[in-house]
Ligand binder design. Sequence first.
Ligand code: PEP
Length: 253
Amino acid sequence: MRKHIVAGNWKMNLTFSEADELVGAIMDKLEQVTLDPDTRMIICPPFPYLEMVSDYGDDSYFTVGAQNVSDQEKGAYTGEVSAAMLESMELDYCIVGHSERRAYYHETDAIVAAKVNQLLAHNISPIVCCGEVLEEREAERQFEVVKRQVVEGLFHLTAEQMGNVVIAYEPVWAIGTGKTATPQQAQEMHAFIRSLIAEKYGKEVADETSILYGGSCKPSNAKELFANPDVDGGLIGGASLKADDFVAIAEAF
Ligand code: PEP
């Protein structure tokens, strides 16, 4: 059966010592609790801290992912980080197509697709974000928008490649705003995304794909969100910067 995943996206936060302290606190907390054995925790720190966070623990506590990757293989792309570099650090996951990258860095569906290709070619599972902005939801265009993002970003893949993809539905109006999608809104969209995958790749692939919810997920609402049959965990921003909250969210399963 598909994995339950709770992934923390630290974004561009924390100094090195703050990051060190946070991951230490997460480890301490994890030693005090018993998580559902099917729950996988992922921490996605900024690039400069990947090695420090990776050095902290073994995979039984959490695995480490990046927040971004280049759409190019290698070469004269100053400031970029390639999938080959991430693979050489033995990372398992990388976030792609986060709404902040789509909005501020003009990341199109075509760029998302190219990044997904780079990651899969280097044995890294992409966590591919999709989600509508407020105006699109108000115009009842959320399904059309998410369908386009999923189809354009992912549906060039083979079924085998699709088996290594994680999807995160993150309604943009819920990210960092304190407004969370209702469990019904989340379930409805997750079921829709799973139906798109089933149509294209068949039920078996769809049933194996983890679809995470992201957008102001916190300990107080995680249980209700994760109780839905098509919600397989969360991509957590703000709450992943607090050890107690991040681990409490993982305990919601
Ligand atoms: C995110 O940016 O992926 C996110 C879900 O942020 P927050 O949890 O802070 O809304």
